[in-house]
Ligand binder design. Structure first.
Ligand code: H2U
Ligand code: ZN
Length: 345
């Protein structure tokens, strides 16, 4: 099956088992280019009222240190806590199923500079973020088996603070997405004797239709089954299952890939591109994780401009995801977007 077909079809997300309906004739016309004027960044590099800026007080009354690169603290309003009271009162049966959930939630400030976003940091500064992700993963891995490292970027994604930051939620139950990806990857491995994502990387590299960034250790593509218009999948090209295994070279290469990918995002609409992104590590509760591959998903909501977002409503809520722009067209737009940030050019 060629990838530039112009008729309505469905594609399967082989990582989580979901299908997406693709209707390219509706919206696959030639790209009109970024229609927005460049949005000016009016933020100061330090904001006295920001709970994430160095030296400022947070909601719980604690002060942030004068940090130089990154700073991690336990979320003052975390959804998970290490201990639960009254767990004995949880009952579960065939109809009402429940289980206790404990864990921890942390916030990672990516930079002391309130006005910056990931693509505006230098590769070395992004490397500090990557190293912090690894250190946090290592530390939390001693207590938790399912560790989610993610970033919500932009007001449109419900991000509460403009200060560049991400989050970590760690727990011992498997989240729904990790469970689905584990099952799909295991099934593929048992059938084909190879890792699903290793084979997928080879296929993307040979087809060259959906590649955005391809460096020594990382590959970013608009996945074949993307549901968000500019969704990307960032894959480690080496046989790495979790953040703990990333060596210095792979982490540096990751910082370089992240810089280019996020710059390209911003340059599509000359705006700070909102998204939710996050890492999928092999869960640490199994003996044999040979079917796994470390990867990150970027789910940006924008469709046509800095303000026109894709709404996952109607058919999408009730049936399955649908997209008009093909993954190949979205990949072309991202690939052709400049590697120099619009604010710097
Ligand atoms: P989001 O913008 O992605 O929601 O992340 C900011 C997090 O920072 C949010 O989860 C936490 C919020 O609970 N936070 C604190 O822990 N302390 C504060 O003083 C403000 C915000
Ligand atoms: Zn700040």
């Amino acid at each position: 099956m060629t990838s530039d077909f112009e008729f309505t079809h469905r594609r399967k997300n082989i990582l989580n088992g979901e299908w997406v309906l693709v209707s390219p004739h509706r919206n696959n016309r030639p790209w009109l280019g970024a229609t927005e004027a460049a949005t000016e960044n009016t933020l100061a590099s330090h904001d006295a009222s920001c709970p994430l800026c160095p030296g400022n007080l947070r909601a719980n009354g604690e002060g942030n240190p004068q940090y130089e690169f990154t700073h991690v603290f336990t979320n003052d309003f975390g959804a998970l806590a290490p201990q639960q009271t009254d767990v004995g009162s949880i009952q579960s049966d065939a109809l009402f199923q429940a289980e206790p959930a404990t864990g921890t939630a942390r916030v990672i400030c990516f930079s002391p500079d309130h006005s910056k976003t990931l693509p505006e940091l230098s590769v070395n500064e992004i490397r500090e973020v990557v190293d912090t992700w690894k250190n946090q993963f290592d530390e939390l891995a001693e207590h938790y088996s399912c560790i989610h490292i993610f970033e919500n970027k932009g007001e449109i994604m419900g991000c509460s603070q403009p200060h560049p930051h991400g989050q970590i939620w760690a727990h011992n139950h498997r989240s729904t997405e990790i469970q689905a990806e584990d099952e799909r990857q295991l099934e593929y491995f048992q059938t084909h004797g190879r890792s699903l994502l290793a084979d997928y990387i080879d296929r993307e590299l040979s087809e060259e239709q959906r590649i955005i960034v391809d460096n020594e250790h990382w590959l970013a593509v608009v996945p074949y089954w993307a549901k968000w218009p500019f969704e990307t999948l960032l894959l480690c090209k080496d046989d790495v299952k979790t953040f703990s295994q990333l060596n210095a070279e792979q982490r540096h290469s990751l910082a370089e890939a992240l810089k280019i990918l996020t710059i390209k995002y911003d340059n599509v609409f000359n705006t700070s591109f909102p998204y939710s992104m996050g890492w999928h590590n092999a869960p640490l509760d199994m003996q044999n994780n040979e079917h796994w591959r470390l990867h990150a998903h970027f789910y940006p909501p924008l469709l046509r401009s800095a303000t026109v977002k894709k709404h996952m409503v109607g058919y999408e809520m009730l049936a399955e995801s649908q997209r008009d722009l093909t993954a190949e067209t979205a990949a072309k737009i991202l690939r052709e977007a400049s590697n120099v940030h619009y604010k710097a050019s």
